[in-house]
Design a protein. Structure first.
Length: 284
């Protein structure tokens, strides 16, 4: 109990809060954010991932202290962010569901919105909804750098073909590449994680070079995560760092020896039963 009391914000401030409740230590979150921003190399920006906390107040905290853009995972998150005044939003997903496409267009009517593609069908869907809604979208081609989820191959013809088609569209804007190497985020050993990240970095640089050779500029290369922050300044392929967990942190990353970001999210509970054998809380 003593250790818990030291970890939590002042219990005097929490005396009137009904339990159970999630509590954010804002000072600690702000310090974590500033630490993350300080890790970046010149030319890199922090594009915090909204899915890590889904709280617009925390998104605005990040934007007020060194972040210039935000990314999110769903179109509804994009709508919420746009309605709360966030002006630059990237949806880090391919959008194909009709309802999701409509939400993407609604967000684009308020803010600058971008999404990912890795097939011609994605372009067709984005163009169609953009024309119907009278909006435009930024588009990033997702490349596959080891995650084995979505994305086109770095050496594939599809990479150049998609980028060329986006650049030729009157309602789409080629914003760059999404290169997410999430396969390394679970590697606890710092040396092994760095080495695996450098492999992804070289694949990403190759994709950028292939587009530049054919005259296509690549203004944004987005990706990475909290696990990359200790050496992110060495990963020169990426411009937009999509870290999310660093702000509030989680117990998974607690085992990583090189991630000095203390937890800033707590669960406040009340003891409802106490005996020599057990303590029962109201958080079941």
């Amino acid at each position: 109990m003593t250790e818990t009391r030291r970890a939590l914000p002042s219990l005097d401030l929490l005396a009137g809060v009904p339990t159970p409740a999630l509590v954010v230590d804002v000072d600690r979150a702000r310090q974590n954010h500033r630490r993350a921003v300080a890790c970046l190399a010149p030319g890199q920006v922090l594009r915090p991932h909204f899915k890590a906390h889904k709280c617009t107040a925390l998104a605005h905290l990040q934007l007020a202290h060194g972040a210039t853009t935000v990314c999110c995972q769903t179109t509804w998150e994009a709508v919420v962010l746009a309605r709360q005044g966030v002006s630059d939003i990237m949806v880090t997903n391919q959008v194909v569901d009709p309802a999701a496409l409509a939400e993407l267009a609604a967000a684009a009517g308020i803010a600058s919105v971008s999404a990912l593609v890795d097939a011609p069908v994605h372009l067709a869907l984005l163009e169609a909804i953009a024309r119907r809604a009278g909006v435009s979208f930024g588009v990033l081609v997702e490349i596959e750098v080891g995650m084995n989820r979505c994305g086109v191959g770095v050496e594939s013809d599809a990479l150049v073909e998609l980028a060329t088609a986006i650049a030729a569209s009157d309602v789409l804007r080629f914003d760059g590449l999404q290169s997410y190497n999430g396969q390394v985020t679970g590697v606890i050993d710092p040396v092994a994680r760095r080495e695996a990240s450098i492999v992804s970095n070289e694949l990403t640089r190759r994709a950028v070079e292939r587009l530049r050779v054919v005259g296509i500029d690549v203004p944004i290369v987005a990706g990475c995560a909290t696990a990359h922050l200790p050496f992110v300044d060495e990963l020169d392929a990426w411009t937009d760092i999509q870290a999310g967990s660093y702000l509030l942190m989680d117990t998974t990353y607690g085992a990583f020896p090189d991630l000095d970001y203390p937890g800033a999210l707590f669960c406040l509970a009340t003891v409802i039963h106490r005996s020599p054998e057990r303590i029962v809380l109201d958080v079941g």
